[in-house]
Structures are given as C-alpha cells and as structure tokens.
Write a protein of this length. Structure first.
Length: 179
C-alpha cells in the first residue's frame, strides 16, 4: 500500500468512527440517568475521575513515546520496559474512557447547548476517531513515518480538550469530590 493510500485509509476510518458516534449521540434520545457508577456518588463524579485517570495515563503515553522515539531530552535510549509501559498505559487509558463515553452518548447525548458543551461533544467523538485511526495505523503497512506520532499527538490533544471541557469544568464548580 502506498503511503498516501495508507494515510487516506486510516483517516477515513477515523472520520467514519467520529461521524457515527456523533450521529448516534445526536439521534439517540438521552436517557438522563446513569447505567452504573462504579461506587461513585453519581454519574458526573464517575465520568470526571475516570477521565482524569485516563488523562494521567495519556501523559504517560506521551512521555513513553517520546522516550521510545529518543525525543525525551537527556534520557538516552529507552530501556526495554518502556514499550510495555506505553502499550499498557494506552490500553488502560482507553478502557477507562469507555464507561465515560457510554454515559456521554447514552445518558446525555451529543449536546450543543453552549460553546463548551458543543466543543466537548465534538472533541469526544473526534477522540475515538483519532484513536481508531492510530490503532489501525499501527497495523497498516505503508503509513508515512510521521503518521503514528501525528495520530498519537492528535489522540493526546483531543483527550486533553475533552478533559478541559468536562472534568476541569466540573472540578472548578464542585471542588475535588472523591466520591
């Protein structure tokens, strides 16, 4: 596969995932209630803390990827444990985002009531599209060498934006409720 075709393929899959999630979230009648809360006092508390844990793990992703690509200043070559750390922190971060996304889409839906809420809805959908594109790009031969770092950086940036427009917003209004 040519680099251009590989890049087009991963971007098309990512765009399709983004659109499907957005259309579902907009068309689905919001249930307005939690499916589960994992012991948290409410859905928003659960979503906020799981998203925050995912964000911390995605920071681990950026640092470990930078180390593996020898872009971490002063660190030298990455030891053998960095690659498994990168994979496991990414997998765990993704798993933590799933209940958050399920509740966003099922219980709340794709909302456009304010600029912050619209930005959050779009960023959440784009996060999963970017993640799908990155994961496919890892397995698809022929992607340009800069493709995975750019896709990974996009996943990071969109998750940060999603967190800023939700969890940070929640924390600034309610403090740091642990339950």
């Amino acid at each position: 596969m040519t680099p251009g075709a590989a890049l087009a393929a991963v971007l098309l899959v990512g765009a399709a995932v983004t659109v499907v999630l957005g259309v579902y979230g907009r068309a689905h009648g919001a249930a307005g209630r939690a499916l589960f809360t994992f012991g948290f006092s409410g859905m928003l508390q659960m979503k906020t803390w799981l998203a925050t844990a995912a964000l911390v793990l995605v920071v681990v992703q950026v640092v470990s990827a930078s180390w593996m690509w020898e872009r971490l200043p002063g660190a030298g070559a990455a030891p053998g444990w960095v690659a498994p750390l990168h994979r496991w922190s990414g997998s765990t971060a993704f798993v933590l985002t799933v209940p958050v996304a399920v509740h966003c889409l099922w219980a709340i839906g794709f909302e456009t009531t304010t600029t912050r809420v619209l930005l959050h809805s779009v960023a959440g959908c784009v996060f999963y599209g970017a993640y799908a594109a990155k994961m496919l790009g890892l397995r698809l031969p022929g992607l340009p060498g800069w493709g995975i770092p750019v896709l990974g950086g996009t996943v990071f940036a969109v998750l940060v934006l999603t967190w800023l427009t939700s969890a940070l917003w929640f924390f600034t209004r309610s403090g740091l409720p642990l339950t």
